[in-house]
Design a protein around this ligand. Sequence first.
Ligand code: IPE
Ligand code: IPE
Ligand code: MG
Length: 237
Amino acid sequence: MTLKNIPNHLAVIMDGNGRWAKKRNLDRICGHIEGIKSLKSVIKGVIEHKIKYLTVYAFSSENWQRPSEEVDSLMQLLDEYIRLELPYLIKNKIRLNFIGNIGRIPEESKSTLLEAVKKTKNFGALNLTLALSYGSKEEILNAVSKIAEDFKEGRIDIEDINDGFFSSYLYTAGIPDPDFLIRTSGECRLSNFMLYQAAYTELYFTKTLWPDFRKKNLTAALKNYEKRVRKFGKTEI
Ligand code: IPE
Ligand code: IPE
Ligand code: MG
């Protein structure tokens, strides 16, 4: 199906894995495993709809506070997902990237990630970005520190500081701001995701839990986006 108006950059907060598992009396990790199936299905949909940028919130800076068994399982799943999906990424010319403080990611998962980033760096049919150990407040503070350092060293002037300049100091440097953001599971908040970048993003909240959110749900969300009128503070034309 061809939609008239497709977002250039789609961002997704993949939430509700734990509740999906709880409803079935399963371990939370089973929800995360099923969630990976949703991610694969959504990526297929994103390719079909010819969306250029997809960013998925996979693990927040606050998620480190979860019980260590869950954190360990998630890091292992990340490793497995990238290993198993790499051939698919290469076949479909998908460039894999990440945003976040990956210094905290365990060595093995980190090297799998960095290897996949390297192997896909010349692709661009789709830019798939994993937000891992990502926190927007941390990202903004980090940018401010780097700008202060560059100013102190005389590399920049105060007049240089504008939106484009500031964006280039964020983890998302080079990635356009998201046009559309989907959050599953019924929570209506950003949970420290893209606070600067989402200034004019169209938001879509659905009660569907992430493991139940598949390609057809994406199409329904995109149909909703198709009807949105984006005004950016101007009058409607
Ligand atoms: C989202 O699902 C995945 C991560 C945050 C890693 P949750 O694990 O937050 O699931 P709920 O919100 O507890 O249902
Ligand atoms: C946001 O979900 C982070 C990810 C989906 C990776 P959380 O489940 O961590 O968010 P809160 O705690 O409900 O705000
Ligand atoms: Mg959650």
